[in-house]
Ligand binder design. Structure first.
Ligand code: ADP
Length: 215
């Protein structure tokens, strides 16, 4: 099976879809945001830099991202299974770098969601500090059963540091300026598919159908 790239504005549900798809197809989820958050937990000089940078809503420098992605793509599991890239490439330079890094073939999925919906989702998003499951206090079907407690493992739910109103505006603007040109890049290669829905199961089914048609 080909590998998958998920491109979407912040809050569109890339992470949720990536987790569901990995389960369905036994693929590996590579979330650059999660890899960066792991770096932050190490509490070294780079951690403080990343924390400040991500709080502003702008992209982390390509040199740092390339090091992280290159290391991850060189790990053994990647050679054995297909993978889903969530959060990379996020600008044109990164898309060109990905072509240089490997001759893997990709299917590129774009999740198209309006700014109003994205903002509501971002402001309600809660993530489990233990298992990473994502909930949403602004969306009825995604509310946790107990306030701020994970349905899955009973650990505490947390808000991401960058899920604030101010940072959302900046992240959305960064997305329009930096990431939208990446869509044009893949459109001209002929491997871009638009998925246009708000329902998480419908989005999942649409992506599954695209992938099955391309196996
Ligand atoms: P979201 O897609 O909801 O913004 P992510 O977890 O994917 O969340 O990314 C969070 C932040 O991490 C971004 O706002 C950015 O600062 C940084 N980041 C993630 N991926 C990249 C990337 N490919 N290049 C540069 N910065 C990135």
């Amino acid at each position: 099976m080909k590998n998958l790239i998920l491109i979407a504005p912040p809050g569109a549900g890339k992470g949720t879809q990536a987790k569901m798809l990995c389960k369905e197809f036994n693929m590996i989820h590579i979330s650059i945001g999660d890899l960066l958050r792991l770096e932050i937990e190490k509490q070294n000089d780079l951690s403080n830099f990343l924390k400040d940078k991500m709080k502003t809503g702008s992209l982390v420098e390509d040199t740092i991202i390339f090091k992280i992605i290159e290391e991850r793509l060189n790990e053994l599991d990647i050679k054995e299974k297909g993978f889903i890239l969530d959060g990379f490439p996020r600008n044109l330079n990164q898309a060109i770098k990905l072509d240089d890094l490997s001759d893997n073939e990709y299917i590129v999925i774009y999740l198209d969601v309006s700014k109003e919906v994205l903002e509501k989702r971002i402001l309600g998003r809660l993530t489990c500090s233990n298992c990473g499951n994502v909930f949403n206090e602004n969306i009825e079907s995604l509310k946790p059963k107990k306030t701020n407690i994970c349905d899955n493992c009973n650990f505490r739910l947390e808000k991401r540091l960058d899920d604030t109103k101010e940072t959302f505006e900046d992240r959305y603007n960064t997305y329009i300026k930096e990431t939208q040109p990446v869509l044009e890049f893949y459109k001209s290669k002929g491997n871009l598919y638009n998925v246009n829905s708000l329902d998480k199961d419908k989005i999942f089914n649409d992506i599954v159908n695209i992938l099955r048609g391309n196996v």
